[in-house]
Design a protein around this ligand. Structure first.
Ligand SMILES: [Fe+2]
Ligand SMILES: [Fe+2]
Length: 350
């Protein structure tokens, strides 16, 4: 890891920042770090972990200490970073456990604060979920213990979304479009829960959709990182390996025990197509469990409406048009019109 001890923690943010030094592209996992949205930190409170900023220095990127654990995080620092269009800071993966505990403590305070905008509350829930998945996907090895902890936290996240019903309205303003497997999983969770609510399903069903959404791509954690982060076209062989992720995820989670059956079905069958051309089992629509078919819809919708390094985000309208075209073979003619109505409902448009 390339971290310079200079300048002294805290000092960096006491001066105006040079925005040109901040304009760097990094893969945080290469530094054993994870990004954290700035808005979730509470100014005036001691910082729960060390914070870093990537700064360009003579053609190299140096992860520079910005605030030390225990030091008061100042509102002025946050404003200075936001003014420089820096929306995230970086935290060490080894400290994410402490950050989690801090958020567990702070979450009720944050969620009950009437002065805090809903968007910000949504951000705290999302950020926490992203952090959990990040920790698991970047763990040295996904041991049963790591997995069990992840599942526990996933359940907590879903409960938190359920406890704040407004989070499931006007989602077009809170869904994240900066694509990663983590933000994608959080979007699939929230959209899936809202869709199940829209369809009048039970609370247990809504919960299972949320847990399944957060965990649907968990099998990717078992695949080589070079493959899961590859942006170019995949070879035949690579594609075949990628397509093992539903089964891998199912096998991992079936051992944990605490995962609802419907959530397991989402993990296993979220790539089945209505005409039987999907994977892993090539099930047709009438044989695919409904939660998995609903997850298939929100999964595809989120992929279409998020930006990737190799493509721009489509609008919800464009995505709906594509889905209507492919309703017969991929999603099933019975579900797509309902899904399009859901997209136009207050759950999405507010
Ligand atoms: Fe998937
Ligand atoms: Fe997915």
């Amino acid at each position: 890891m390339d971290q310079s001890p200079e300048p002294k923690p805290g000092r960096l943010l006491d001066r105006p920042l040079d925005p040109t030094r901040l304009k760097v592209e990094i893969e945080p996992a290469d530094y054993d770090m994870a990004p954290l949205a700035l808005e979730v930190l509470v100014p005036g409170q001691p910082c729960p972990v060390d914070l870093y900023l990537p700064l360009a220095d003579k053609g190299k990127v140096v992860m520079t200490p910005a605030c030390q654990k225990g030091e008061e995080f100042r509102a002025q620092w946050r404003d200075r970073l936001l003014a420089a269009e820096q929306r995230v800071v970086f935290v060490l993966l080894e400290q994410t456990q402490e950050l989690n505990e801090y958020f567990q403590e702070m979450a009720p305070v944050i969620m009950d604060d009437p002065g805090r905008p809903l968007r910000n509350k949504a951000m705290v829930v999302q950020e926490l979920a992203v952090l959990n998945l990040n920790t698991m996907f970047n763990a040295e090895e996904v041991t049963p213990k790591v997995l069990k902890k992840t599942v526990e936290r996933v359940q907590q996240t879903v409960q938190r979304i359920t406890a704040t019903p407004q989070l499931m309205h006007n989602m077009s303003t809170i869904l994240r479009t900066d694509y990663s497997v983590y933000t994608h999983s959080v979007n699939v969770c929230m959209l899936g829960m809202a869709l199940a609510r829209y369809l009048g399903r039970s609370e247990a069903y809504v919960h299972a959709m949320g847990v399944g959404g957060l965990l649907h791509d968990v099998g990717r954690a078992k695949l080589p990182r070079a493959l899961t982060t590859k942006t170019g076209p995949l070879s035949e062989q690579e594609l075949a390996l990628m397509r093992t992720h539903p089964l891998l995820g199912y096998q991992m989670l079936a051992q944990v025990g605490a995962v609802p059956y419907d959530s397991l079905m989402i993990v296993l069958h979220h790539h089945e197509n209505a005409d039987g051309s999907g994977y892993p089992h090539g099930l047709k629509a009438d044989k695919t469990p409904l939660p998995a078919r609903l997850a298939r819809l929100v999964d595809a919708f989120d992929a279409m409406t998020s930006a990737r390094p190799y493509k721009d985000a489509q609008s919800a309208f464009q995505a709906a048009a594509t889905m209507l075209q492919e309703r017969g073979n991929v999603f099933g003619a019975d579900l797509v019109p309902t899904f399009v109505r859901f997209l136009a409902s207050p759950f999405i448009t507010g």
